[in-house]
Design a protein around this ligand. Structure first.
Ligand code: PA5
Length: 501
């Protein structure tokens, strides 16, 4: 099922300073803000060496202290899962994910996915990128058995959660009707994250109200995903879950690198996505990373260009400019991946995501004219999934659009991208393009794996361990201290909404 014409590519030609005999203001700016061909040649060699190091790390069973934590299991995971599926079919991890997702799709019409960080952003990115933009609003017949999906558990934000309960209480009344039944996928690798744990407790209580405290349905429609040892696993086992009813995240895969574990795969399969095509895309990217030379290796190209921009050309702000709203959550997913992986020891790029053309009307000004601290990576999909919305002829032409009547929205998008990159290039503002031939499970699999691998390579180029997140512990222990200090309300009393905290 290899689909070579679906390979994604990284085009970074525009960030290269072109050699020129004559001095011009632009060549001067380019020499300051673009990558020289000599520097590119030198980094190619370093990047290939780092690739060797990252490849070798996969084999380390007992890594030396300076490499810990080492969670490189995500690199080979997609291929391992595919191989295991081929050998064991239903008895494999993928087989189990597919079986549980089929059961959920038969049992319920709505799923609440609970998770934080990587356990939230992975599934959310897949849903937004690959499902219908108005999936939840579509009638059941058009959704073809794919449940509506709600994403929660990544915050301790009272009102949105109460809003969800209000929605469920008013639309799901009879647990005997499939159309009104709902379920939960709760994902926490550590099983300790307060946001997920507290919302799980609250959402589970809501489910118990709906199905009945002791209903056997509860265990059918609530699926936990967690690490081998975790409080969530302990809780589920105490509630009567057998080990095989709990999906597992391998120890050697970190939270924000977990999108191809059941954390991403179960919600994806439940929302009707082809998870094998996604894994195949990811496995293809790993193979390209490990085997291809620099000039055909988007992982090494992306990592090297962005490393040079951040570390040598003083552009620590990394903008992911997505040219489809469907990719905005992929941008958020990458923002988190990069922040937690490389934001260490007073270093690391600062990422953010914009959606174009929307944000050309806000950030665009700053990107063209503001601080020269940014590297912009466009994320572009070459083809649209639906027929183009045409501008069309109109009787009244006061808006002057008849001249474009035989062009469609994809043409406008294309023209805007060309116009923007040209305008930035004219003042030596660096931009490069990640190109997706189409938006499919296979290309998204490649893209997410490419960005995870590139983050690891960039970390190793910087001398920063891309795994672990020591910096988020401090706020957590302060939060627990302050939470303990807040007086408990008398039993049975609920905080008055108007009074607030
Ligand atoms: O990379 C990480 O470890 C984090 O982003 C986690 O995914 C996030 O904190 C959620 O953790 P957990 O899945 O353990 O609840």
């Amino acid at each position: 099922m290899q689909l070579p014409d679906e390979n994604i590519e990284y085009n970074y030609q525009r960030v290269l300073a072109q050699p020129s005999e004559a001095w011009t203001p632009l060549t001067e700016l380019q020499s300051q803000h673009f990558i020289s061909l000599d520097r590119l040649d030198a980094i190619k060699k370093t990047a290939m060496d780092v690739r060797g190091v990252v490849g070798a790390e996969r084999e380390l069973l007992n890594p030396p202290a300076k490499l810990r934590p080492l969670q490189s299991g995500f690199i080979d995971l997609p291929q391992k899962l595919l191989d295991q599926f081929k050998r064991k079919q239903d008895a494999s991890e993928v087989g189990k994910v597919i079986r549980i997702s089929n059961r959920l799709r038969e049992d319920v019409d709505r799923i609440v996915v609970l998770g934080t960080g990587g356990s939230y952003l992975g599934p959310k990115a897949l849903f937004d990128a690959l499902c219908h933009s108005y999936h939840n609003e579509m009638p059941a017949k058009l959704r073809m058995g794919k449940p509506r999906m709600y994403f929660e558990g990544n915050n301790v934000d009272n009102d949105p959660l109460q809003d969800l309960f209000e929605l469920l209480e008013n639309t799901c009344v009879d647990p005997d009707l499939t159309d009104e039944r709902w379920g939960i996928i709760v994902a926490s690798r550590s099983g300790e994250t307060l946001e997920t744990a507290t919302s799980y407790r609250a959402v589970k209580m809501e489910a118990a109200k709906f199905y009945g405290q002791k209903s056997p349905m509860l265990k059918r429609v609530i699926v936990p995903i967690t690490g081998a040892k975790s409080k969530l696993r302990d809780l589920c086992k105490a509630e009567g879950y057998a080990d095989e009813d709990i999906l597992s995240i391998p120890d050697e895969v970190g939270g924000r690198y977990s999108v191809f574990t059941p954390i991403g795969l179960l919600p994806a399969a439940t929302m009707g996505l082809d998870i094998r095509a996604m894994l195949l895309g990811a496995a293809t990217m790993t193979r390209r990373f490990l085997e291809e030379p620099f000039d055909r290796n988007p992982v090494l190209q992306y990592a090297s260009v962005n490393y040079l921009m951040a570390e040598e050309l003083k552009k620590p702000t990394r903008v992911t400019a997505v040219w489809s709203r469907k990719l905005e959550a992929v941008g958020w997913w990458y923002d988190q991946l990069l922040s937690e992986s490389l934001g260490k020891t007073n270093r690391g790029p600062t990422p953010y995501t914009v959606v174009n053309t929307r944000d050309l009307h806000s950030r665009g000004q700053q990107h063209q004219d503001g601080h020269r601290d940014k590297m912009i990576n466009n994320l572009l999909v070459r083809t649209v999934a639906h027929p183009a919305v045409m501008i069309g002829m109109a009787d009244r032409n006061e808006d002057d659009l008849n001249q474009f009547s035989r062009k469609g929205l994809p043409d406008l998008m294309d023209a805007a991208h060309k116009g923007m990159t040209e305008a930035y290039a004219e003042v030596a503002r660096p931009t490069a393009d990640i190109l997706l031939p189409a938006l499919t499970e296979h290309t998204i699999g490649q893209l997410l794996q490419m960005l995870m691998l590139a983050t690891v390579v960039e970390g190793r180029l910087m001398g920063i361990n891309p795994y672990g997140k020591p910096g988020v512990e401090a706020y957590k222990s302060n939060m627990t201290k302050h939470l303990k200090a807040i007086p408990n309300l008398p039993k049975g009393e609920v905080r008055d909404a108007a009074k607030g905290a």
